[in-house]
Ligand binder design. Sequence first.
Ligand code: ADE
Length: 858
Amino acid sequence: MKHLWDTPFLLLILLHLLGAVMSQVNPGVCRYPLGMSGGQILDEDISASSQWSESTAARYGRLDFEEGDGAWCPEITVEPDNLKEFLQIDLRSLHFITLVGTQGRHAGGIGNEFAQMYKIKYSRDGSRWISWKNRQGKQVIEGNRNAYDIVLKDLDPPIIARFVRFMPVTDHSMNVCMRVELYGCEWLDGLVSYNAPAGEQMNSPSYPIYLNDSVYDGAVIYSMTEGLGQLTDGVCGLDDFTHSHVWPGYDYVGWNNESFPSGYVEIMFEFDRTRNFTTMKVHCNNMFSQHVKAFRQVVCYFRSDLDWEASPLSFSPVVDEKNPSARFVTVNLANHMASAIKCHFYFADAWMLFSEITFQSDTAMYNTTLAPPKTGPPNIQPEDDPTHKVDDSNTRILIGCLVAIIFILVAIIVIILWRQVWQKMLEKASRRMLDDELTASLSIQSETFTYNHNPNQSGTTSEQESNSTYERIFPLGPDYQEPSRLICKLPEFAQSSEDPASTSTAASKSTTTTVVQDGVPHYAEADIVNLQGVTGSNTYAIPAVTMDLLSGKDVAVEEFPRKLLTFKEKLGEGQFGEVHLCEAEGMQEFMNKEFLFDIAEDLPVLVAVKMLRSDANKNARNDFLKEIKIMSRLKDPNIIRLLAVCIYSDPLCMITEYMENGDLNQFLSRHEPEGQLAQLSNAPTVSFNNLCYMATQIASGMKYLSSLNFVHRDLATRNCLVGKKYTIKIADFGMSRNLYSGDYYRIQGRAVLPIRWMSWESILLGKFTTASDMWAFGVTLWEILNYCKEQPYSQLTDEQVIENTGEFFRDQKRQIYLPQPVLCPDSLYKVMLCCWRRNTKERPSFQEIHQALLEIQP
Ligand code: ADE
């Protein structure tokens, strides 16, 4: 059998594991993401100077994360001269940071804020903050040019820090949001600072050679204190110190023997904690032709706690006058325990030049190949140890674990894929079943439909327009794609509309795309099935799960003999059909007992008959039949009830109960509040109590719908019907009624949106949930308390309503709320305000709102 270990993949891993191990941080390899995107950095370790809103808090500033509102955004606009705002990351221990990544707020296409520039500040102890500068002394880093691309910037010099702050910089006042990542590895040296005499200038015959520590981040006066710099930047100088990628001598810090009468240079090293030191490696130049040599002796003193150890450690390397190569001189520190080390480096020539000093302590070793950021492989020896060996048993265990993880991952992927395919098949099958079943029922031709009393009317169906190219203008169709266009109307979103990437946004794709924008809880929108009403109505959006339930064979509604319908009058007209008031003979048999108490046994019953044009295309027919399926399952006293259907022959009909007082909007517009004014004008009145009673019934109907996870999407007084004694039933007539065309905002002839009733997230994200129904309920309540005398936001144009939606999104207290109606008590206005809370999770449920209204009702 071919052994697993033989596979090239494992060999690769093995090679990696056995790869060169260096005891010095290697900036070329130390580039691991430190955990903003991967989640290893905890939310509590990400903080910020301020936040725009809860959903743009610091914790949302993780690179490549789309949670919350998509990024960290500071509270206020960033001004060019005001660098107060920052996003701070606490790495919990010192890290060597070589690279940073930034990204703006894209949020599935609705966000377009990013930092064009930024600065970085860092700290090792949380109190002394240092501004990062590049090797030329420039602090500002070029950031993002759009909201979605990740821009990576090398930090040269790298940073050694525990805390890092990103500070957006702008050249003009602008809104900025950021997502960030830090890349590097843990700083295992533990060195917090070194203090040394300032590097000097060597005057060569041709040009001066600056041997100062140009990136030292502590204080430099005559000597360098409390900082780290070139000796810890991971860059080793060349053999010829005059050559460098910056300026001659750049990579070295050097001292002249003449400046040190004692004959040595003292460097003091401070560490983050007491450590057990094994070695110190000093990278020295040895260009003896230029009077530069490595040190001839080093004497190190150790301090643990407060006291310096009495006996120092001394080491004298062989002075090399043959090989001019720069080299690491390794000093064995003999397991001294210390939190500080002070070393005297004795000159061997006129000059002593160091470019790196590293410390090895405890088990701290850098693996330059496969080392994960936080855990160095414990089984690997230093590279210059002649006994350098890999502990085989540990390696095998490690490889075994890796293989196991790979198998588990593959298994998980297979299971996920399999489930998805299976689910899709099931969904398709259930839809096909539904369609087949209904198409089959259509093909059964039976009675011919005639209007008993007005035969001319039968001609209406033939007058209807051709069905071939009817325009889907409903916002609720599956191809509803408009929110992004609306978003573009908001100034700060304007740019994203020009940008092709932002037009392919989640919000604009379809309602089947889940946009996790504000954590709308209810249920995944991906599961919502939209049903477009046929006679111009929407019907509700329901979750696919419910849809599956509904696709069962038993449609709970019976076929009604057409000939028993007598046309009385036209109640309404939609794009795909008409609604007629009819008398239905013998309807009593089709009605539930609850309807029968005030209906004479032998008289015809008044019903509303919704008919599909006989020339409607297959889509419209199927939608009509689906609507029947859904309606037939809705059984609630406050939802319009489907009594029977005529689907054995054309035109397809739905017979619903008739509500004698028409829709609530017209009903209330005809009425006045009780009082003197009404008395004088002799107008019919509706008492405040009855207003509350009607509102409570709407809440109750919505409670029922929401319990089934139905989302109405167009709750408004125009979609509620009024029967006897102020009874209310929720219906859905769609948006094609001329009377209410002003309530719908038409986007370039495509989608039609009831924007004045819509929540900010429905408008901006295309997100329709029970929470957005709740928003619409608040507006409906407002209409009711105004006796439908005024359109919501009547003083605003449609465009201004959309702009106001942007203000709801920004939540900077600039949004305009519908005002408290004159007759509305504070308690009821508070209820409305709850419905319009920005955070969907904070809006009440219909259960709660129903209860609240019951309690308010006098
Ligand atoms: N559809 C349109 N008007 C109606 C009414 N008054 N009752 C029931 N359904 C209707």
